[in-house]
Design a protein around this ligand. Structure first.
Ligand code: ST9
Length: 106
């Protein structure tokens, strides 16, 4: 069980590094819902359940982020890490599947 949790953390950290090192804009434009999914799982994994107060009317983006994080409820850090890695696999596969076949460069 210990070794398994170390693996989860390593894979999670690797996925986090990939996302943090992507260029801000590129061939792939993640939809907001994908960004939110990564965001909330990251917060749950790193900070745990959302206990901060919901941002106000003037911060709609903050409220979307807060809502996504809050919806994860008491999900464990371990599960959030695993879900983050799964999400990355899913998105990477979608990117591969929709890549134009004849383009050599992005
Ligand atoms: C392209 C290349 O076109 C070709 C395709 C490659 C195929 C890739 C396959 C997988 C890709 C998946 C992409 C999905 C994008 C997900 C976006 C996630 C938001 N994860 O300090 P702040 C929190 S590439 C989640 O202001 P930074 C942090 O705690 C073209 N959340 O910003 C904070 O929370 P709060 C597309 C994270 O540090 C909040 O985010 N390129 C992570 O300057 C803001 O943090 C992209 O989509 C994390 N790893 O930037 C670029 N780290 O607000 C994606 C921190 O509560 N990357 N947070 O305080 C980025 O946008 C940024 O690196 C960043 C962090 C927002 C994740």
């Amino acid at each position: 069980v210990m070794a398994e949790s170390v693996d989860h953390q390593k894979r999670f950290q690797a996925a986090v590094d990939v996302i943090q090192n992507l260029p801000k804009s590129g061939a792939y434009r993640p939809p907001y819902e994908v960004m939110l999914r990564f965001y909330c799982l990251y917060k749950q994994a790193v900070c745990g359940p959302c206990t901060v107060s919901r941002p106000g009317f003037w911060d709609p983006v903050g409220r979307y982020k807060w809502d996504a994080w809050s919806r994860l409820g008491e999900m464990s850090s371990q599960s959030a890490m695993a879900a983050y890695v799964d999400e990355m696999k899913k998105v990477a596969q979608e990117v591969i599947d929709t890549m134009p076949i004849n383009e050599k460069t992005a």
